[in-house]
Ligand binder design. Structure first.
Ligand SMILES: *[C@@H]1O[C@H](CO)[C@@H](O)[C@H](O)[C@H]1NC(C)=O
Ligand SMILES: *[C@@H]1O[C@H](CO)[C@@H](O)[C@H](O)[C@H]1NC(C)=O
Ligand SMILES: *[C@@H]1O[C@H](CO)[C@@H](O)[C@H](O)[C@H]1NC(C)=O
Length: 401
């Protein structure tokens, strides 16, 4: 951690006195959570300011700060770590050192960051993938796909597909001693959306001879069609990922035109001719009663945005919005959702939709969960919640992969 990070951290602690979000009673380590939340709010405020005066694009300040947390590929006594490329896409590869009599399982990991931020090199994710490799004796591939705004949809998706295609070749699996019947794709947040999309593609495309054994989605985003589902309403000003921040960042994957995030905030972004998709993401149908509370279903409003974006109809941005026939071949699935998460209901709806078509799903719901906690396992911003999420995920892999 650099000097700058420390200064930033201290500034945030001071400013935390002034910025106060009421937080739910069951949140663990409330003081730390408030501090991290204040840091995000201050960064967001400064990023908006810098953009307004024309110095930096909105995402650049976030990106600069996150880069301070990137790690080098350092091997330890249990795992060999290296940065290489698969099909010209940078990946961080984790190879267990312990000899294995049988072939190894493998995990392909897709990081989050709203398609515009982040890396598998973040300290917390490096720790996660390292521990996965060690505990499971698995080969782990962290994918550093190209990010928006520079590379717009579907570049990030295609980079991950390209890596998966490369890795699933018989000769590559053999090279790393991987059992072709024991490969999982995992992703968190926006990376969960990409992972879910890639799983649908692989399982339904005869071109892929080697299929996935499992997918693991951690607080995934799974649709961009309806932005007024109950979790959006309940957590609009929630901790770590307020609605405006999530939308402003994610929209950069499609455009720098501010009209899109503005329309999305009002749920008026979908183009004419997309109404047939609503029933596939209808929370009133797919959410368990417990989460519907007293919310009243309202349909997104069509055709208000000019120009319209055809990508918004693309199932690669909304893997929740596909027909049952595209879901029924999906592999064993792990989904982790967090109670106080803007996009909680995306995950909850996917659990229902997959179970409805007979896909075997393990679901963990963190009653005190916050979005992004998995990236908050390394100092100075480490949360016990992140460690609990990591342990649940790795335990599931140990038992099921
Ligand atoms: C390597 O594995 C051993 C045995 O599980 C453990 O005690 C040790 O802490 C591990 N080393 C690292 C760097 O994680
Ligand atoms: C959404 O679900 C509710 C309740 O199941 C239903 O009344 C409504 O017509 C549905 N709307 C769409 C667009 O699917
Ligand atoms: C779902 O199936 C219907 C009819 O089978 C088809 O018209 C529609 O295009 C499909 N939708 C998607 C998103 O694949």
């Amino acid at each position: 951690m650099g000097y700058k990070t420390l200064c930033f951290g201290l500034t945030c602690i001071l400013l935390a006195y002034y910025i106060y979000t009421p937080i739910p009673e069951n949140i663990e380590e409330p003081w730390k959570v408030r501090t991290i939340d204040a840091a995000i709010k201050i960064t967001s405020f400064m990023a908006t300011l810098l953009e307004k005066i024309g110095l930096k694009r909105f995402d650049e300040l976030f990106s600069t700060i996150m880069k301070l947390d990137y790690t080098q590929p350092i091997s330890d006594e249990n795992v060999t770590v290296m940065d290489i490329t698969f099909n010209d896409i940078p990946v961080r590869l984790y190879l267990p050192k312990r000899k294995s009599a049988s072939q190894r399982p493998a995990v392909i990991f897709v990081h989050g960051g709203a398609f515009v931020l982040g890396s598998c090199k973040l300290a917390a994710l490096d720790l996660l993938n390292r521990q996965t490799a060690k505990n499971l004796g698995a080969v782990v591939v962290g994918v550093d796909y190209r990010l928006g705004h520079q590379y717009q949809f579907p570049v990030a998706h295609e980079d991950v597909i390209s890596v998966v295609k490369f890795f699933l070749q018989d000769k590559i699996l053999a090279k790393y001693g991987v059992d072709p019947t024991r490969v999982c794709i995992s992703g968190e947040s926006a990376g969960g959306l990409i992972a879910a999309t890639v799983a649908q593609l692989i399982q339904n495309d005869p071109e892929f001879k080697n299929k996935l054994k499992a997918q693991a989605l951690i607080y995934p985003s799974l649709q961009v069609i309806d932005i007024t589902i109950p979790s959006h309403r309940e957590n609009e000003h929630g901790l770590f990922l307020p609605k405006k921040l999530g939308i402003e960042l994610a929209c950069l994957y499609l455009t720098q035109d501010k009209a899109l995030p503005q329309a999305m905030m009002k749920n008026q972004h979908m183009p004419h001719g997309s109404r047939h998709l609503f029933k596939l993401v209808n929370w009133s149908t797919f959410l368990p009663e417990k989460y519907k509370k007293n919310h009243i279903y309202t349909e997104p409003i069509l055709g208000r945005l000019n120009p319209s974006y055809s990508a918004l109809l693309d199932s690669r941005l909304s893997p929740l919005a596909v027909n049952d026939s595209q879901l029924q071949n999906l592999p064993l699935t792990y989904i982790l959702t967090c109670q106080y998460d803007l996009i909680r209901d995306d995950g909850l709806m996917y659990v229902s939709r997959l179970q409805n078509v007979g896909v075997k799903v393990s679901h963990d719901h963190m009653e005190d969960g916050l979005h992004g906690a998995l990236s908050l396992m390394a100092s100075p911003f480490n949360l016990q919640l992140g460690i609990r999420i990591k342990d649940k995920y790795i335990n599931w892999l140990e038992e099921n992969l």
